[in-house]
Design a protein around this ligand. Structure first.
Ligand code: UDP
Length: 327
């Protein structure tokens, strides 16, 4: 199996940068395609060639594909915020779907038919039963999830028509830190970095979006997966040529209140919290067993218990309390 040259879209971002480095450690030649809008130049390993460009620019990705001639693409570059997608749906379809068409066309023209795609549990919407399995009906409740599902469907039709070889890694909540890099989005919307900002004294209190969900403590339940464990799934998908969809979840849901408690315990800081109304588009509970990924690829998430996630994130935030400061 050929895995020596991989193009990583979004390789300067929170997840893509870690996976790119872990793959390079195994001897793979990496190039990164990133527009640096939400990624950070300083996440780029100096050994990697950077094609600075935007997927919405068809010529930019076509040129990069033609020049680098990868044997596979890892596709991370996308907008990924539920709330933002509810406020501006077209922004999501433009980047994640139109940008996705441009990527697939460029791959087809360059004769590259292997893709590992960062998909999401948001493609399931509000699932009829839990844990979510790969064959649970996909019915997204926000434009973000819909845009990711549309990209999956385009790949499936290419598989049917052209022998394309896609893997869909449906992430549950990416969390934690690795390789000294920290989660730093602007604005930050994710729960763990927001709680840790309060621990660092950079915000007064955590805002909990909704305490009236049909869950044991009334707050939303998510399945938090450590970056290192997400990363190992990408490496396995390439190595084992695992095609199709895999839910990258741990089987254990954690509530927003439990996150706040874990952060208080690990940081030793009080972390005041206030209850706000629900955030539009948020399903009450999302978690998956991850059984298919374990059984088919041999995926074994070892750092995804909530204490390890928070501990690693806390160390990274203390080391870079102001994130990348725009770099
Ligand atoms: N959340 C919250 N306060 C915050 C950020 C998030 O209560 O400051 C909640 C959010 O409503 C959701 C959960 O935490 O129920 C996880 O949200 P996040 O944005 O981290 O990830 P998502 O599941 O939306 O991808």
């Amino acid at each position: 199996m050929d895995m020596e040259k991989v193009l990583v879209t979004g390789g300067c971002g929170y997840i893509g940068s870690v996976v790119a480095k872990r793959l390079a450690e195994r001897g793979t030649e990496i190039a990164v395609f990133d527009n640096l809008e939400r990624g950070h130049r300083c996440n780029l390993d100096p050994r990697f060639r950077l094609y600075e460009g935007d997927l919405r620019d068809a010529a930019a990705i076509a040129d990069a594909m033609r020049a680098f001639k990868p044997s596979a693409v890892l596709h991370f570059a996308a907008y990924a915020l539920v709330g933002e997608s509810m406020a501006d749906p077209l922004m999501y379809f433009e980047n994640n779907v139109k940008g996705g068409v441009n990527l697939l066309s460029a791959m087809q023209s360059a004769g590259c038919d292997r893709l590992v795609f960062s998909s999401t549990c948001a493609t399931y919407g509000v699932p009829p039963s839990l844990p979510i399995e790969e064959d649970t009906p996909q019915n997204p409740s926000n434009p973000y999830g819909r845009s990711k599902l549309m990209f999956e469907q385009m790949c499936t039709w290419l598989q049917e028509a052209k022998g394309f070889r896609p893997t869909f890694l449906r992430y549950f909540n990416a969390a934690g830190a690795a390789l000294g890099m920290v989660e730093d989005h602007d604005p930050e919307t994710h729960i763990i970095p927001n709680v840790l900002k309060v621990a660092l004294g950079q915000a007064e209190s955590v805002k909990i979006f909704g305490g009236d969900y049909p869950t044991p403590d009334g707050t939303c339940i998510r399945d938090y997966v450590h970056l290192e464990d997400l990363s190992s799934a990408h490496l396995l998908a390439l190595e084992k040529e695992a095609l199709g969809a895999y839910n990258l979840g741990t089987g254990k849901g954690v509530s927003v209140k439990e996150i706040v408690e874990a952060c208080r315990r690990i940081t030793g800081r009080p972390i005041p919290a206030e209850m706000l109304p629900r955030r539009p588009g948020d399903p009450p509970a999302l978690y998956a067993s991850g059984r298919k990924a374990r059984e088919t690829m041999g995926w074994n998430p070892v750092r995804s218990d909530i204490d390890t996630i928070v501990r690693d994130a806390w160390e990274a935030h203390k080391a870079r309390p102001r994130g990348y400061e725009g770099k």
